[in-house]
Design a protein around this ligand. Sequence first.
Ligand SMILES: Nc1ncnc2c1ncn2[C@@H]1O[C@H](COP(=O)(O)OP(=O)(O)OP(=O)(O)O)[C@@H](O)[C@H]1O
Ligand SMILES: [Mg+2]
Ligand SMILES: [Zn+2]
Length: 532
Amino acid sequence: MGSNMGFDFANPNASAPAKGAGLSAEQQERMARNKAEALKRKAEREATAAGVGREASSPTAGGGGAGLGGGAGDGALVATLQEFFGYSKFRHEQRDVCEAVLSGRDVCVFWATGSGKSLCYQIPAFHLEKTVLVVSPLISLMNDQVTTINNKVDLGDRASKWQGRPLPPATFLGTAGNAGHEEPALQGLFRLVYVTPEKVASGDFLKRLGALARQGKVALIAIDEAHCVSQWGPDFRPSFFDLKQIRDELPTVPLMALTATAVPRVKQDIQSILQFQDPFVSIGSFDRPNLKISVHRKISMSTDLMKLVDTLLGDPSGSTLVYVPTIKETEQVARFLSDKLPTVSVRFYHGSLALDERDNTHTQFLSGEARIVVATQAFGMGIDKPDIRRVVHYGAPKTFEEYYQQIGRAGRDGGPAVCDMYCADNDFSKYDQEFYTGKLSDTAKAAVKESTSALRAFANNHEGCRRLSILTFFREVPTWGERCGTCDTCLRQKVLSSYVCIYTYTHTHTHTLSITQSHIFIYTYVCIRVRR
Ligand SMILES: Nc1ncnc2c1ncn2[C@@H]1O[C@H](COP(=O)(O)OP(=O)(O)OP(=O)(O)O)[C@@H](O)[C@H]1O
Ligand SMILES: [Mg+2]
Ligand SMILES: [Zn+2]
């Protein structure tokens, strides 16, 4: 599959994997151990590795990887990718990130939504045949990844057995349903163990994980959606901050932090809170070129949503996610859409539904059985369905990061997708209330306010380029200049400049063309319609 994620590794050498210098004794030990194992596996897998390689850089790529290049484990890593995931090529720095892990380094992965960050921690688990612990903030996200992996990967004879039965390669801990998996997980019998940060902090979990690491059975601890660690980010969670204990309990295990929504100070904060040592930092562009982003002023529910209904009647392909700010609105909007689209299955999703109801909706959405889901932000970060063609916001999300995460669900197969937000300025006013920020520390409150204001300015600006505004928020300078050419404001601007151009030409040639002013207007109008 070709990548269309608009990577721009503008700074690929942010921190290249080193080969020993400046590393602690623990890191060097890790590195030597992993290298020996990687070499062993390379020999085993070399035969199957022939003829496959790294995915070609996209036209926007700024120079490829900064890693070990053709070093140890290269062909073998590709063989692992192919054997377990069925992909023939790595995307951009995926391979460099995996190699950094194999060499025992801590790693930061700051790439756009949908760019393939998960593979960076999944590959080492299968490659090294050891446990990778993945800390994730959402049950739905863990469920999604565990189901996908277990459906995709068949370990056959290599599957670990527990009480006489083969275990799947991945599990998640933190719910009563999977309680029976905790013991085998802590004995290193799963390749991937997904946990909530609360689980990590509970009982003697971390101590037992430390014991497993001392037996050399833990390859990596990955902290997904790592922006939740930082109080400078609006998604701060105290339970993520407590993950700082991991380094003390497991000093020899490499850590990986991954996120698509971090401004520079959050990126820094993540590294210092988690006590990263000489990390390999991979920074990709947060731009999503295949998203056509528009913001509309809210008129009324029926007027606004009828546009979506008309679109879906005309083009029923793909799935649609509609985000609303409150639980009540999920049901209202879902009812409205069901009434207008009786042949389409519409579901709603919010945090107050029972876990099995949420799971059902999630599964039906992923399978395509439910074509439209109307959700609160509870259905967001990390959800991976390739063919979401539309993300609609009916009402404003609370922060810029939340908005970016939610539109990031669209077009993950690289195909075109539409992101429409309908909002009114007073949608934002309520976010100042205690209800939304009451429990937060002063720092977190300030971060939320700053982000809400940025989103409000974005929504009220009907002239500036949307994609440029998003990148500017993340302090990134796009390679394409001031205008993306695909968002609502860029398209309007194109139409306007055509109008000016045609008007100027015809006006100055009125005499020779023997036409009147009204001809000019009619002609201009027709030209613009044709151009659109
Ligand atoms: N090398 C690859 N070749 C083909 N497809 C890939 C490759 N790497 C990842 N993908 C696919 O890309 C999709 C998005 O990946 P993933 O869910 O890891 O994105 P992400 O970066 O974690 O996004 P988010 O920040 O939204 O969570 C997945 O369906 C995954 O299978
Ligand atoms: Mg992800
Ligand atoms: Zn634009």
